[in-house]
Design a protein around this ligand. Structure first.
Ligand code: HEM
Length: 215
């Protein structure tokens, strides 16, 4: 009988389609190709503030869960970097100048809901954001720097000062995912939640495109 494929591979395979949809969103394509603007990036980062606030609050609540705790690391924490970026980009009153879009409100409500009691769901959201930031996020940062003249100020969100080797970090994360003793049903639920997390991100790109068109 063939070896079953590791969970992390099944997860990646089964979310490939939703990843591609997210990656292909017009807002993101424009931002990366230089058709967007510095303001588009700031608008996206402002939404990240609310998303990581919810995610990192949920991580505090999950810190004592034996499974979730395996994935939580201060090396990943993004909120302070986002705050520094927003202050640099928008000024000292940055907090009064940003507000969550409807898709962000739905996204953060879901993070809070699973964060309050479902470790697998929390890990699904944790994986989707942080492994994405450590993967495609690094390409996105390089393109933002190239297209909009950023140095490191303003794009600190993508700079993981405490992770020297993202590939190694991601490999460890994936082997921890593979080692969790979840039932098949729970694995399916977690993959479903990762799919949902990707869709929230795609909806956010669509919301940002709509807000931009209306402005
Ligand atoms: C323009 C946008 C994006 C680009 C160019 C991009 C690109 C990539 C690339 C090149 C990888 C590495 C694939 C691999 O290691 O096999 C990756 C992985 C990943 N991306 Fe994206 N991505 C984008 C958007 C997103 C978004 C919006 C999310 C979700 C918030 C996301 C989440 C992930 C995750 C979770 C992984 C890790 C898969 C794994 O190794 O298990 N990506 N991305």
């Amino acid at each position: 009988m063939a070896e079953p494929i590791p969970f992390s591979e099944a997860l990646r395979e089964r979310t490939r389609g939703v990843h591609q949809e997210s990656e292909g969103a017009v807002f993101m394509q424009d931002l990366m190709s230089g058709k967007g603007s510095r303001d588009d990036y700031i608008a996206l980062l402002a939404q990240h503030y609310f998303i990581y606030e919810a995610l990192e609050e949920a991580a505090v609540g999950m810190a004592d869960d034996p499974v979730a705790a395996l994935f939580i690391s201060p090396k990943l924490t993004r909120l302070p970097a986002i705050e520094t970026d927003l202050e640099f980009l928008l000024g000292a009153d940055w907090r009064d100048r940003i507000a969550p879009l409807p898709s962000t409100m739905r996204y953060t409500a879901r993070i809070r809901e699973v964060g309050a009691g479902w470790p697998g769901g929390f890990i699904a959201h944790h994986y989707t954001r942080y492994l994405g930031d450590l993967s495609g996020g690094q390409i996105i940062r390089t393109l933002l720097q190239r297209q909009y003249g950023f140095d490191t100020n303003g794009v600190g969100f993508y700079l993981f000062a405490d992770i020297a080797k993202p590939k190694l970090f991601k490999d460890t994360y994936r082997s921890q995912l593979d080692a969790v003793q979840w039932t098949e049903e729970e694995r399916d639920r977690v993959i479903g939640e990762v799919g949902l997390a990707f869709r929230f991100n795609t909806e956010l790109f669509d919301d940002l495109a709509t807000a931009k068109a209306a402005a």
